[in-house]
Design a protein around this ligand. Structure first.
Ligand SMILES: NC(=O)c1ccc[n+]([C@@H]2O[C@H](COP(=O)([O-])OP(=O)(O)OC[C@H]3O[C@@H](n4cnc5c(N)ncnc54)[C@H](OP(=O)(O)O)[C@@H]3O)[C@@H](O)[C@H]2O)c1
Length: 105
């Protein structure tokens, strides 16, 4: 793994479930291709980009699902499709909004 001066970490790796993320059709298509769930696809995306992420669940079954991500790999086509999901802004609080940024102080 390449050393980075700053280690990126996801704030809310599943967007706190916002924007119907778990049923997103692009993620669902990739998940079906690999016989995995959309949550597992999202986790692989973070792992393959060397981002730290701490996916939160209060359900044992989902926690187990979230650990079961080391038997498949997203390919370049999958990564490219996921890149098209970037909306250029956060679906949660937008920390680039001065008012929101100020509220974090
Ligand atoms: N977002 C913040 O402001 C913030 C701030 C400080 C620290 N953190 C930490 O960052 C981590 C991220 O947690 P987060 O709550 O912010 O958001 P998140 O991890 O993006 O999303 C959590 C949501 O995903 C659901 N989920 C988890 N695994 C799933 C699966 N396999 N299938 C379907 N749904 C699944 C959870 O539901 P269930 O729980 O019902 O399974 C919960 O509704 C946590 O450790 C949290 O303590 C977050």
């Amino acid at each position: 793994m390449e050393k980075e001066a700053v280690q990126p970490e996801a704030w809310a790796p599943f967007a706190e479930g916002a924007d119907h993320i778990f049923t997103n059709p692009v993620l669902a298509e990739i998940a079906n291709k690999h016989g995995k769930t959309t949550a597992q696809v999202m986790i692989r995306w973070f792992l393959q980009r060397n981002y730290v992420m701490i996916p939160k669940s209060v359900h044992k079954k989902k926690l187990a699902e979230n650990f079961n991500v080391f038997d498949f790999k997203l390919d370049a086509e999958d990564m490219g499709k996921i890149k098209t999901l970037d909306q250029g802004h956060s679906v949660l609080e937008d920390e680039m909004d001065p008012e929101i940024a100020e509220s974090f102080r």
